[in-house]
Design a protein around this ligand. Structure first.
Ligand code: G4P
Length: 192
């Protein structure tokens, strides 16, 4: 998505440790007009996939997942993050390792909102090592639902998570894929 690359180039800041700061339009302040555009683009990419539900993890994924859900005309569900595992049988849970924060956390979703028969599109703001999406795939599998694929706003291609998922047969669509970045330049992977 050309506009996403332009936003990253004009408003993004590369921080030490390979972190891209996009607080001006995605992670703290949200550019609402652009958010709508992101939703439209994700819906266009997955328009023929028969999606019945959009799934993300709190908190930064919620806005873009809601935008995608609105455009697809389906509900959005977000998994909650808990520090310890929930043993209640009415939930699906998975443990996710965060490379960025070097910590493990448990994601939880009620079985009321993720059901056998659902066709689920995963949506998130960032894709780095892919552990968050793998955790969401696990929830979809536990529910006996079908995975349509994953859509993310910004993929950090150099961390490899997206390509690992693609190699496993998951359809991953990213609005921009960063191949390399430093404090003077950001290079994107060419996309169709
Ligand atoms: P992974 O899921 O792909 O394995 O990545 P990782 O655990 O390393 O990412 C952890 C968190 O950091 C996620 O949010 C993710 O969205 C975010 N993140 C990863 N790389 C970047 C980056 O370069 N820039 C920004 N702005 N965020 C990044 P979170 O901290 O778990 O929580 P939340 O913000 O969604 O609440």
């Amino acid at each position: 998505m050309q506009l996403m690359e332009e936003k990253i180039l004009t408003e993004g800041k590369v921080l030490p440790g390979g972190i891209l700061k996009v607080g001006s339009f995605l992670n703290q302040q949200i550019d609402t007009a652009f958010l709508k555009e992101m939703g439209v683009e994700i819906a266009r990419l997955f328009q023929d996939a028969g999606v019945t539900k959009v799934l993300t993890i709190e908190s930064s994924g919620i806005a873009i997942a809601a935008a995608a859900g609105m455009e697809l005309g389906v509900p959005m569900v977000f998994a909650k993050k808990h520090k310890s595992s929930n043993v209640d049988g009415s939930t699906y849970t998975s443990v996710v390792h965060s490379f960025t924060h070097n910590t493990d956390y448990t994601i939880v979703v009620s079985s009321d909102y993720l059901c056998k028969g659902d066709v689920v599109l995963l949506v998130d703001d960032f894709l780095a090592n892919g552990k968050a999406l793998i955790g969401l795939c696990d929830l979809v599998e536990q529910a006996g639902a079908k995975l349509a694929g994953a859509a993310v706003a910004i993929e950090k291609g150099f961390q490899g998570g997206g390509d690992t998922l693609r190699a496993q047969g998951v359809r991953v669509e990213s609005l921009a894929i960063i191949e390399s970045m430093n404090d003077v330049s950001i290079a994107f992977r060419p996309q169709n």
